[in-house]
Design a protein around this ligand. Sequence first.
Ligand SMILES: C[S@@+](CC[C@H](N)C(=O)[O-])C[C@H]1O[C@@H](n2cnc3c(N)ncnc32)[C@H](O)[C@@H]1O
Length: 230
Amino acid sequence: MDHFLINQPLHQPSFIRSFVRREGRFTKAQRSALIDYWPYYGVDTHQQSLNLDELFIKKQPIVIDIGFGNGESLLYLAKQHANLNFLGVEVYRPGIGNLLRNIYLEKIENIRVVNKDVVELLQNNISTNSISSALIWFPDPWPKKRHHKRRLIQVHFLELLATKIVTEGELSIATDWKPYAEHIQETVQQCRLFKKCQASKFIKHRPQTKFERRGKKLGHEVFAQTYIKK
Ligand SMILES: C[S@@+](CC[C@H](N)C(=O)[O-])C[C@H]1O[C@@H](n2cnc3c(N)ncnc32)[C@H](O)[C@@H]1O
């Protein structure tokens, strides 16, 4: 179960992490859901390369939701799109517990969950050309200049992600932080592997996420864009 129930320190990676390890506060239900439902919906990543199709009941296009938070929007998407398989990736364990509980309660079959830094997951466990669509909705904006190096969206990250996305597959990014939106646009342009598109062929309607609601309450505008891998 990876570094899951035991609170082990993460080893020092060769890159700057886009998050700071925070255990957060678990509710009793979230903690028990982690223990009870991880064996059913959780994905252990000891194996070098995961066969994504084998994780799911039906073989269908795979959408990776990077940093799903409490999983509210991921759950909604999975219910709306029974024709897609969703691989949720998150490092925040109370959020994972919350999602596992809801997957169980709502008997959702097309979500599997990984508890790992997405950079390491992509580097070590995901095969090339295996993902149809990647969602990065409201990644941590790291507003202070000295923290910009922690932002997930960087050229080298997009290059890595692009190798895993099929040709004509998609990347969807949303943020409520204008300077990050500008950084994202510049970075996507710089990496030259994606082009803008009008609408996603996979996700009909982007649901409002928890962080989006929070941003809107603060009066923030939302910037969302779907790209196609060239
Ligand atoms: C601002 S929250 C957004 C959550 C959700 N997408 C939403 O819109 O409500 C960003 C999430 O990304 C997760 N995260 C940040 N860096 C990550 C990484 N390298 N791998 C996996 N998850 C990451 C954080 O733990 C956090 O839950």
